[in-house]
Design a binder for this molecule. Sequence first.
Ligand code: GMT
Length: 384
Amino acid sequence: MKIGIVCYPTFGGSGVLATELGIALSDKGYEVHFITYEQPVRLTQGFHPNIYFHEVKVPTYPLFDFPPYETALASAMVNVIVNQQLDLLHLHYAIPHASAAYFARQILKKSGKDIPFITTLHGTDITLVGKDATYAPVVTFSINESDAITAVSENLKEETLRSFTIEKEIHVIPNFVDVKRFHQTDKNHFKQMLAPDGERILVHVSNFRTVKRVPDVVKIFAEVKKEIPAKLLMIGDGPDRQNVEELARSMGLYSDVRFLGKQEQISEILSISDLFLLPSQTESFGLSALEAMACSVPVISSNAGGLPEINVHGKTGFLSDVGDIASMANHAISILKDDETLLHFKKAAIAHARKFEKQHIIPQYEKLYEQVIADYKTNRKPCS
Ligand code: GMT
């Protein structure tokens, strides 16, 4: 089977998941074609003979204040579908991928070369951006025109049904983790450098957008540090990074907080970490927390969105109300206070993460692909 995957190529969770899915499918013998504007970040690690990357180029012109990416993307989809004889398109993040795919499919119907498309909803395409009136009509239409719709958590499915008029079933296929790549490895020399006096290491990974409430991470850390010697690693970059660096400086914490920026070897950093902090305003799933758990790192998170579906309160970590810094700090201290308790949470974190191992999840996508392709062939209607 030849599958086209359309995603954002950046460090965001939807692009990471799409890339991991493409790699897993190619390992199983599928031919995978990524269609996006840059090489997806996780695709830069190693060569995969069944994976092709098609760059969407968006030419500029003095008339364009906003170069039309969606048009360029739809044209790229048409070219790749025809030239590579794809069987299916799988879109990650609805905007603008689903509407571009609808457009491409309409174009191809004229020549009978049209193929079905599946849209996977990831989070902010529904919870923040998608339901904004600026985009909502196009998002609703193109989700409904998808041949199948998936959501990465039960919570996101419910949120989608609350916010849009959806006429089709939404299949929940949770995100997954490759435990062969994400597991704790011995990086003690590295830990020694960052925490020379045996301090606990707390870590946060995100795109530093407002929705992540990154200032809360620093405030939680400040409370923890009053009780337990600790260091904080901040991984990623984005609009709030500068403010948060300033906050850490103004709170006198800068020597204990390291802003490492975007990193590719996340599992190595997670391997030396004791606790993952994710106090998000909204989070449809929290892939970064799952990757942390796979590396035996317990999670202190908010209880927003789909987070309770992966972080089990009192077992793999703790959940608190959004913005409740005192509660998150107290829970963090309760995990970090002694080695025995920490080890207990670490073991529970990895055990729970294994339920989301890729071999349990990928077959759900494969089954859906086969069904969608078969149904499309049966119900195919020529363009009127
Ligand atoms: O805003 C982000 O966190 C990035 C965003 C994306 O789509 O790139 O992440 C969303 O998709 C991830 C993968 O499915 C989920 O793990 C994240 O929870 C989700 N983010 C939000 O809902 C805020």
